[in-house]
Design a protein around this ligand. Structure first.
Ligand SMILES: Nc1ncnc2c1ncn2[C@@H]1O[C@H](COP(=O)(O)OP(=O)(O)OP(=O)(O)O)[C@@H](O)[C@H]1O
Length: 275
């Protein structure tokens, strides 16, 4: 019998390259005449989980939506600035909107699978929209891979033809993560993905975030400071003071933001003194 040498020091998933770094440069956003974000700049490095924190209404979700061109879908909404994915501006007029959406996926606060569609078809729903063709065997593989990465495979492998709406809330959210992964995004944006879930499902999603971070850059909006501390390596604290547009007060390594922030407003917020 011959033995095949295995290099156990090699990571199973290759580390992300700089192409998956998302870099927002002086992003401002308006709803009609009202400016809600003022020149926000933030580098969200490849392979890192970045948490966006701050009180309600300071522009976290708006900023997240500028990162995959969803902000422009809102009637009356406008924007200035640049968002680079790797070395390309996603707002470059020469680039197609669908490219940005394919490369930068999004998971919302409330799980939104197609309720009557099977679990299997839910995972592949994004592929159909982007016109990607795959054989039956390739589709089967992809469904298994994505459900496994989202931490749902073992729970649903025997009922892939059941409707997505028959799953629990936490399972539905992991199904939505699997659906986002099927188009092989470089970045995954998550807008309070656990706020509608119980503590056990929340911990399961947090575990999934930790597992995915090696292959997709993650940006998460959360109101839960413990969650930000548990899942992120970098934090950005947003604030919109006295009717001024939202801006970043401070951003840096999560440990520093929680234990030794520079700005007293950051310290007050992370220690629950306001917001
Ligand atoms: N569709 C919209 N039309 C008009 N104004 C909006 C719209 N969406 C958000 N806004 C306003 O933009 C500002 C920023 O809102 P945004 O939802 O980005 O804040 P947030 O920090 O994510 O808040 P929360 O934590 O409560 O979700 C708020 O003043 C909000 O009222």
């Amino acid at each position: 019998m011959t033995t095949i040498p295995v290099d156990l020091t090699r990571p199973m998933v290759p580390p992300l390259d700089g192409q998956a770094t998302i870099d927002a440069r002086a992003v401002s956003a308006w709803f009609g005449e009202r400016k809600v974000l003022d020149r926000v700049s933030l580098v969200m490095p490849a392979g890192t989980v970045t948490a966006l924190i701050g009180p309600s209404g300071c522009g976290k979700s708006t900023f997240l939506r500028t990162l995959n061109r969803m902000h422009e879908l809102i009637p009356g909404a406008s924007l200035a600035g640049e968002v680079f994915l790797g070395d390309k501006d996603i707002y470059d007029p020469a680039r197609k909107l669908t490219d940005a959406r394919k490369q930068i996926g999004m998971v919302f606060q409330k799980p939104n699978p197609f309720p009557a569609m099977s679990i299997y078809d839910n995972v592949l729903a994004g592929l159909k929209l982007t016109g990607v063709k795959a054989s039956r065997a390739e589709r089967d593989d992809l469904v298994e891979q994505c459900l496994a990465k989202a931490g749902l495979w073992l729970e649903v492998r025997d009922r892939l033809r059941s409707p997505g709406g028959a799953l629990s809330g936490g399972q539905q959210q992991r199904l939505c993560i699997a659906r986002s992964l099927a188009v092989r995004p470089k970045v995954l944006l998550m807008d309070e993905p656990c706020s509608a879930l119980d503590p056990t499902s929340t911990r399961r999603i947090e575990q999934t975030i930790g597992e995915l971070a090696h292959e997709v850059t993650i940006v998460i909006v959360t109101h839960n400071m413990q969650q930000a501390a548990r899942v992120s390596q970098q934090c950005a604290f947003f604030l919109a003071e006295q009717g001024t547009p939202g801006a970043i007060v401070e951003a840096g390594p999560t440990e520093k933001i929680f234990s030794a922030p520079v700005d007293p407003r950051t310290s007050d917020y992370v220690h629950g003194r306001f917001g």
